[in-house]
Design a protein around this ligand. Structure first.
Ligand SMILES: [Zn+2]
Length: 150
C-alpha cells in the first residue's frame, strides 16, 4: 500500500478536480480500507488473530470498505448521499493507487472472486506515488492561485 500521505493527497487532488463540496469524507475514504485493517490489532485481543485478520481483511476490499462507508454516512449529520459519494470516491482512489503497486494484488471483486489484481508498477515502499501526487498537487495549487489572481 502507498502510505497514508499519498492516499490522502491523491484523494484531496481528486476532490479538488471533481469539485466535491465535502472534501473531508473523501480524505477519510482514501484511507478507510487501511484504517479498517488497523482495527484488527485491538480486535485480535478479543476474537483471536485469525478471526480478526479475516474480519478486517474484508475491510480492505471495495465491497467491505463501501459497507463501512454506508455505516459512516448513515451516522454523520450531512446528506447521506453526498457523504457516501464522497467516501466512495476516496475508497475508489485508495484502490486505484493500491492496484498500481506490487508484489501483492487486491481482491477487487470480493466476495464474487478471491483472485487478486495488481499492475506491479512499483513496490509498496516506493516514494514514486507520493512524489507524483505531490507534484500534481503543486501544479494544481499554482494553477488555482494564478486563476484566482486579481
Ligand atoms: Zn490499502
Amino acid at each position: 500500500m502507498p502510505e497514508w500521505v499519498t492516499h490522502v493527497a491523491f484523494g484531496f487532488l481528486l476532490a479538488l478536480l471533481l469539485k466535491r463540496q465535502l472534501k473531508f469524507p473523501v480524505l477519510v475514504g482514501a484511507i478507510l480500507p487501511d484504517l479498517i485493517g488497523k482495527l484488527a490489532l485491538p480486535a485480535a485481543f478479543l476474537i483471536g488473530s485469525a478471526g480478526a485478520d479475516s474480519l478486517f481483511g474484508i475491510g480492505h476490499t471495495p465491497a467491505g470498505a463501501l459497507v463501512v462507508a454506508i455505516g459512516i454516512a448513515a451516522i454523520l449529520p450531512q446528506s447521506f448521499k453526498q457523504t457516501f459519494y464522497s467516501l466512495a470516491l476516496g475508497v475508489a482512489s485508495h484502490f486505484a493507487l493500491d492496484l498500481l503497486q506490487g508484489p501483492y494484488g487486491q481482491q477487487l471483486l470480493w466476495p464474487l472472486l478471491t483472485q487478486q489484481f495488481g499492475l506491479n508498477l512499483w513496490y509498496s515502499d516506493s516514494v514514486l506515488p507520493l512524489a507524483v501526487t505531490l507534484v500534481a498537487l503543486g501544479v494544481y495549487t499554482i494553477h488555482f492561485a494564478l486563476a484566482n489572481k486579481d
